[in-house]
Design a binder for this molecule. Structure first.
Ligand code: ZN
Length: 276
């Protein structure tokens, strides 16, 4: 059943858990995520990343109807979310395709531009009954950053001002996690997360779970993270299974091996995030 981000994060808040948010740039990964969530009877967020279109992997206009179809038919609540929309026109297009939630990523802009554009996206989205995730202080941000250990952190006071002024429904914040494959083990700043939690009233989102242990995930969820973006390790699990295949006669064997491995990895991630 299709739901928006606000609704799905309310479930997380009630359960003191987090909802896994997974990029699904093809049918195989979409099936892996939906099947995993249905088997565990847990809500899930499926996402299209603007970056995956820029890489040439899938076009939003083509993948969105397939994702929407899967979300509507699923036995569990599913949110259809745009991940890291960096272009205002692209975000606007997503709203016409049935996305129930969009993330506007203005972190590479100046602070003033990020505030202005995020507020504009919130206006468009809320008129259409769509939720918005905003981002402050994460990867690529030029402003408001400190660079201890090469990481980029969200400042609690700025996070409060950003959430209040823009009217976003969820906030992606940075406290030491990294996107992609981590170069060195991420050091999470739990104290900073606590301060952001106290400063901001909307649900918090963690991007970049790479290299984070199950215990650390449980710790940050206990401290207020309600959505975890997870993709790299799922995609790597699929790749590893394919490399280990001894007989790759048919392409469908490759797909099936990837599907089984990604589903197992997603099931593990969802069970950690659900804190059961
Ligand atoms: Zn992200």
């Amino acid at each position: 059943m299709l739901v928006d981000l606000k609704e799905i994060l309310k479930i997380a808040e009630e359960n003191k858990s987090a909802i896994g948010s997974f990029n699904t740039p093809n049918y195989t990964s979409l099936k892996a995520v939906i099947d995993a969530a249905e088997e565990l009877e847990q809500p899930v967020i499926i996402t299209h990343a603007q970056l995956h279109e820029e890489m040439g992997l899938c076009k939003m206009e083509e993948i969105a109807p397939i994702m929407l179809f899967a979300a509507e038919r699923a036995k569990i609540p599913v949110c259809l979310h745009l991940d890291h929309g960096t272009d205002l026109d692209y975000v606007k297009r997503s709203m016409k395709l049935g996305f129930t939630s969009v993330m506007y990523d203005g972190s590479e802009l100046t602070e003033a531009e990020n505030f202005k554009n995020t507020a504009l996206v919130v206006k468009w989205a809320h008129e259409a009954g769509i939720s918005v995730e905003g981002e402050i202080g994460t990867m690529g941000a030029r402003e408001r950053i400190s660079t201890d250990n090469g990481s980029i952190y969200t400042e609690p006071d700025e996070a409060r001002e950003f959430a209040e002024k823009t009217g976003i429904d969820a906030l992606a914040c940075a406290f030491g996690a990294a996107h992609g494959v981590y170069a060195k083990e991420p050091k999470l700043d739990f104290d900073r997360l606590d301060k952001i939690r106290q400063a901001v009233s909307v649900p918090l989102v963690m991007h970049g779970g790479s290299g984070v242990s199950d215990d650390d995930f449980r710790h940050v969820i206990k401290n207020g993270i309600r959505k975890v973006n997870y993709y790299t390790y799922m995609a790597m699990a699929g790749g590893k299974a394919v490399r280990e295949l001894s007989d790759m006669t048919y392409f469908h064997d490759i797909e099936l091996a990837g599907l089984i491995a990604m589903k197992a990895d997603v099931k593990h991630a969802i069970s950690v995030f659900s804190c059961k």
